[in-house]
Design a protein around this ligand. Structure first.
Ligand code: FES
Ligand code: FE2
Length: 369
């Protein structure tokens, strides 16, 4: 007798199919891109969320689905403190409650119509959303970026990468790929010093020559910044790095689906030097210089990474089940962390759904016989 069975996924295939736990804060967009009266669709792992700034300036986030005919509310318009669906004009406030129906309603009692809503916050020029269990959404769990609070010069950059989020973390923390950047040389001859895993993070450090490319070496503050070592973290669910406590970056990822990830980088710098001298640049000159550096150095380097990660995704789509060789222990540990966190989140989600069963919060049908 023959039996059919599901093909077994390899460990790597399971990693590349995993989302990120909803029980963390994720970047929706830059604050400047959400003006009063704007409503936009933000996707977190295939779930569409309507994020809007109401007419009083408050950011709100609700399920992006009108419970009348399943139209996306993000296609509508902000009206007062809510969003108006473009079809029959129902209005939903930031709590997800329907506050107005501008047509005849043939029921005896005022219907209680609701959609889900999500905690939101604004910090570091980013609108944050919390897509998971709202009881875990304390503001203290937002990432703390002390140098940005202290006013260091910061460059924000975002991309929609055509690849799985785990490939991005692996790319940024794997310093064995200097060949890809051989024209720009952001790092050179990296030697892995250590990889340490804790419950929710993996730290990796390298000895290397940083910022040695044809341009950046004139600006890097070699007098006061040690450019021979870097530490990087996969600090679930984001990634960050630190060069001598003076050049830092954070990389916040919002997974859209298995092949698409919106990433938000914040690069921050304590000091730069005047080219061809050892003088530190005055603060007023750092911002324009960093803009220039970003244009001719940082963005081209990241474009190479973005291109190769999209190619890695295409390669995975075809060959994902085949064995690969991996020499960087960070990559192995990062994949274990991604998968474990995803499985834990799936289990907690199942538990939450079980607890909810029998207590529906959304009225499905209101039409009276
Ligand atoms: S579909 Fe939204 S109001 Fe009818
Ligand atoms: Fe790179």
């Amino acid at each position: 007798m023959t039996t059919t069975s599901e093909p077994t996924l390899t460990h790597r295939e399971r990693v590349r199919a995993a989302g990120l736990s909803g029980d963390y804060w994720y970047p929706a967009m830059w604050s400047k891109d959400l003006q009063k009266g704007d409503v936009k669709e933000v996707v977190f792992w295939k779930q569409s969320i309507a994020v809007f700034r109401d007419e009083e300036g408050r950011v709100q986030a609700i399920e992006d689905r009108c419970p009348h005919r399943n139209i996306k509310l993000s296609l509508g318009e902000v009206k007062g403190c809510g969003v108006q669906c473009p079809y029959h004009g129902w209005v939903f406030n930031g709590e997800g409650r329907c506050t107005d129906i501008p047509h005849e309603v043939r029921t005896k009692n005022k219907p209680d119509i609701r959609v889900g809503n999500f905690p939101v916050a604004e910090k570091y020029g980013i609108v944050w959303i919390f897509p998971g269990d709202r009881s875990k959404a304390t503001l203290s769990a937002l990432p703390q970026l002390d140098p940005i609070d202290a006013g260091w010069t910061t460059i924000p950059v975002d991309f929609v990468n055509k690849c799985h989020h785990s490939m991005i973390v692996e790319n940024v923390c794997d310093f064995y790929h200097e060949f890809l950047h051989r024209d720009y040389r952001p790092f050179h001859k990296a030697k892995l010093l250590s990889v340490e895993a804790t419950k929710d993070a993996i730290e990796v450090s390298y000895e290397t020559t940083l910022g040695g490319g044809p341009f950046v070496k004139y600006f890097a503050d070699t007098g006061s910044v040690n450019l021979s070592q870097i530490k990087l973290w996969y600090q679930y669910p984001f990634q960050r790095s630190d060069i001598d406590g003076k050049y830092l970056h954070w990389l916040f990822l919002r997974p859209i689906d298995e092949r698409t990830t919106h990433v938000f980088y914040l690069f921050t710098f304590k000091s730069f030097k005047l080219p061809f001298t050892n003088f530190t640049l005055p603060k007023a000159l750092i911002a324009p210089l960093i803009k220039l550096t970003s244009k001719i150095y940082v963005l081209p380097v990241l474009a190479q990474d973005n291109w190769i990660m999209a190619e890695e995704q295409l390669g995975h789509d075809v060959h994902g089940g085949r064995p690969v060789y991996e020499f960087n222990p960070f990559v192995v540990k990062a994949q274990q962390l991604t998968l474990r966190k995803w499985e834990e989140y799936q289990a907690s989600l199942a538990q939450r759904l079980q607890n909810k069963r029998g207590s529906p919060t959304v009225v499905e049908t209101l039409l009276e016989a």
